[in-house]
Design a protein around this ligand. Structure first.
Ligand code: HEM
Length: 503
């Protein structure tokens, strides 16, 4: 009896200490009715739906309790700079490191986020970008020209579009960044891809610590397996001297990381570099295939580039920079399917000034989060009929890029934000755009690709992925495809690096 009373008192004390009330000038506070957990379950199930409900209830700024944390959500794009431009009171890397530890079990010693960013920029921007894009393109073509397809090039093959796009871009990306330039061990590629897809399937649950017991075991096994597969001893050869991967290891050594940390960090990098492009290519091709008018417009633009001479290894990158229709269609795809939450930790109390002049106090230790997917990307005040795929949404009548979008009569600086913005804007965005465009262009130029059911619609999204970058579908879009050209010699004409690699 005595112990029951003590436990009840402790519980009451815990609830008293762990609850808080809204103070003067703070955003509306919504703790949810479950102690400590607050809104965690609803948030994890479908963050977009939950945040839409909160926005209707509280407006553009509010604080919610999620698994013991207080998160202030800001949904007014005109006010985003108040968060994105403040790296003194608001910190990007602490929360990123929490996730790094939780998802990849890796803690980088002496980690300097600015140095890491600068290091990444060397590789994924500027001069290196052209070389990387070229190697990537060569690897896509090598994979497409594998015997599995070339044996009977005129036969139709069936697949799901998601697995087709993710499979190809992942493998090509892996060969580009992690493989030896001339390595072509297809079983290694297949193993890495399959284990990675299983791991990626658990990712949102790992990040939210909501794995069931057997899933937890599975996540550990997959992590271990991927660490092994990515370690040089297991792979079909050591990395090329001077390659991205070798340099990354050197960068880690310079930061004081031991062998084990280096091994683990490779999985983190595999995820960072490979998890978004495949799903983005899926949505892009999927929207084109289910919108004949858009497909026609994109194909007309491709025809005007006169690339049909053959499926060359090297697509002229300079020509790829003048494709306004393709660019608009890609921007529109990303507007509809890039759904990252931009999260910062509040290092010291801060007054956040909104665009309308209203001021709110943010508490030290809380988190602040932007969810551009809801606004501006899916905001009906910014984009007419936002749920519709309109390939020319980002095109002016004269064919130039449309950049004028408004909310509350104000021209928006941020009208779509797939890459984030400010100091931590995506380092890989130019690389990602380049490989997605190259891939879609290659597929449309060199292959016949069509829906198995001409009336098929896009599958719904997997709602648990809101917040984790590119969305993924819940289901597939069945396609059939074959090579356009009957003459195999026109494939991989500059020398296939991986001609025995199966898809
Ligand atoms: C469609 C593809 C991609 C999308 C939608 C995407 C999206 C994003 C977003 C929204 C952020 C900012 C997160 C924040 O501010 O909290 C980000 C950061 C980052 N992205 Fe991407 N990304 C993509 C592809 C890539 C690729 C291919 C790479 C590498 C090659 C990459 C590397 C990075 C890195 C390193 C950061 C962290 C930047 C920093 O530390 O400041 N991303 N990405």
């Amino acid at each position: 009896m005595m112990w029951t009373i003590v436990l009840l008192l402790l519980l009451l004390l815990f609830l008293f200490v762990s609850t808080r009330s809204r103070s003067k000038n703070e955003p509306p506070l919504d703790k949810g009715w479950i102690p400590w957990l607050g809104h965690a379950i609803e948030f994890a199930k479908d963050a977009a739906k939950f945040l839409t409900r909160m926005k209707m209830k509280h407006g553009d700024i509010f604080t919610v309790r999620v698994a013991g944390h207080y998160v202030t959500v800001l949904l007014d794009p005109n006010s985003y700079d108040a968060v994105l431009q403040d790296s003194v009171s608001l910190d990007f890397s602490r929360y990123a490191q929490v996730l790094m530890q939780r998802i990849f079990s890796v803690q980088l010693p002496n980690h300097d986020p600015a140095a890491q960013r600068a290091w990444m920029q060397q590789y994924f921007q500027g001069e290196s970008l052209a070389h990387l894009s070229y190697v990537m393109q060569r690897n896509v073509l090598s994979l497409l020209s594998s015997p599995e397809i070339l044996q009977n090039p005129t036969d139709w093959k069936r697949d799901g579009l998601f697995s087709f796009c993710y499979g190809l871009l992942f493998r090509a990306g892996y060969l580009t960044l992690f493989g030896r330039e001339h390595s072509c061990n297809s079983s290694e590629l297949t193993a890495v891809y399959e284990e990675f897809r299983k791991f990626d399937g658990l990712l949102s649950k790992i990040a939210r610590s909501t794995l069931k017991r057997d899933e937890k075991k599975m996540a550990c096994v997959l992590r271990e397996r991927l660490w092994d597969l990515l370690s040089p001893a297991q792979r079909c050869g050591t990395a090329e001297p001077g390659s991205w991967q070798q340099n990354y290891r050197q960068h880690l050594r310079d930061e004081g990381a031991d062998e084990e940390t280096q091994r683990r960090a490779m999985l983190l990098q595999l995820w960072t570099t490979q998890c978004n492009a495949g799903p983005a290519a899926f949505w892009f091709l999927g929207f084109l295939l289910t919108n004949p008018e858009a497909l026609r417009a994109v194909k007309e633009e491709i025809d005007s580039l006169s690339l049909h001479a053959g499926c060359q290894q090297r697509l002229p990158l300079d020509q790829l920079q003048h494709t306004p229709v393709l660019d608009s269609a890609l921007n529109e795809t990303l507007r509809l399917t890039a759904a990252v939450t931009i999260t910062r930790e509040v290092l010291q109390d801060k007054t956040l000034r909104m665009a309308d002049g209203q001021e709110y106090r943010l508490r030290r230790g809380d988190r602040v989060c932007l969810f551009p997917y809801l606004s501006p990307q899916m905001d009906p005040e910014v984009h007419h009929k936002p749920e519709k795929f309109k390939y020319d949404r980002f095109l002016n009548m004269d064919g130039t890029e449309k950049k004028d979008f408004f909310k509350h009569g104000r021209r928006l600086k941020y009208y779509t934000m797939p890459w984030g913005a400010g100091k931590n804007i995506c380092v890989g965005r130019h690389f990602a755009v380049s490989i997605i465009k190259q891939f879609v262009l290659t597929v449309l130029t060199c292959m016949d690709l069509e829906l198995c059911d001409p009336n098929a619609a896009m599958p719904p999204v997997n709602t648990s992925r809101y917040g984790f970058g590119m969305l993924q579908p819940n289901g597939e879009l069945e396609i059939r495809y074959r090579l356009k050209r009957l003459n195999p010699t026109s494939w991989g004409s500059e020398g296939s690096s991986c001609s025995n690699t199966a898809l």
